[in-house]
Structure formats: C-alpha cells, structure tokens
Design a protein around this ligand. Sequence first.
Ligand SMILES: NC(=O)c1ccc[n+]([C@@H]2O[C@H](COP(=O)([O-])OP(=O)(O)OC[C@H]3O[C@@H](n4cnc5c(N)ncnc54)[C@H](OP(=O)(O)O)[C@@H]3O)[C@@H](O)[C@H]2O)c1
Length: 114
Amino acid sequence: MLDFTGKKRCWLYILTGDAKVMEAFCKVCVTGASGYIASLLINKLLAKGYTVHATLRNLKDESKVGFLKSFPQSQQKLVLFEADIYNSVDFEPAIKGCQFVFHVATPLIHEPAL
Ligand SMILES: NC(=O)c1ccc[n+]([C@@H]2O[C@H](COP(=O)([O-])OP(=O)(O)OC[C@H]3O[C@@H](n4cnc5c(N)ncnc54)[C@H](OP(=O)(O)O)[C@@H]3O)[C@@H](O)[C@H]2O)c1
C-alpha cells in the first residue's frame, strides 16, 4: 500500500493537477507577512487550507503579529519566522519544507551596502 506523507501528497498534485490535494498538503512560504499584499495572500492561502510559513522582521511586534494570528486557521496552519532580507540565512528555516515561496518583503528604501 502506498503511504504518502504530506510532502509527497503535495507533489502528487503537481503530477495529477488535483487542487484539493495541493491545498491540504502543500506548505507555502510568504515573506514580509505584515505587509499589505503578503497579509492578503496569507489570509487567502489559509482559507484554502494551505500551511503557511510567514516571515516578519520582528516577531515581538504585536501590532504586526496580532492580526496575522487572528486569521481563521492561523492557529492550526500559520507558522511565523523572523527574517530580514539583509540577512539571507534568516529565510532558511522558513523556506525549508515549502513547495512554493512568495517573496513579497520589500524595503521602502534600500539600506546602502556596508
Ligand atoms: N500594494 C500594491 O497595490 C502593490 C501592487 C503591485 C505590486 N506591489 C508590490 O508588492 C510588494 C509588496 O507591496 P506592499 O504594498 O505589500 O508593501 P508593504 O505593505 O510596505 O509591505 C512590505 C513588507 O516588507 C517588509 N520589509 C521591509 N523591509 C524588510 C526587510 N529588510 N526584511 C524583511 N522584510 C522587510 C515589511 O515588513 P516590516 O513589517 O518588518 O516593516 C513589510 O511588511 C512590493 O514589491 C510592491 O511593489 C504592490
């Protein structure tokens, strides 16, 4: 008998085109979670049943974390990570295990290179 883990079931979607399988078993990373586009996207992905790994610069900032936690399904399906785009290794734990990444984090003004 075939024993499909969540990751394998997600890839099964890619082979069969079954959206319900994808939504239930795929993990998606969204960067810049507190932003306008990213937060709308996260809400939609959670509503469809995806597990979402979301990154923010500061997990202690309740004004940015609180509304993400208030989305339906966030208790079960939302995992928050701290990451700054000026430190690329920050993103490794968030991206690990995800089949898709939406890189939406955008600095308003780029910091000059050190
Ligand atoms: N808004 C629109 O109508 C629209 C339309 C088309 C395309 N876009 C594009 O979509 C992207 C996002 O736009 P948006 O309107 O959602 O912007 P936004 O609300 O300003 O969100 C940007 C996010 O990027 C994060 N960020 C800033 N600097 C960062 C850094 N150094 N490391 C990690 N994260 C950082 C911010 O997080 P913090 O909370 O930590 O500051 C913020 O949550 C942009 O590329 C924009 O051009 C937007």
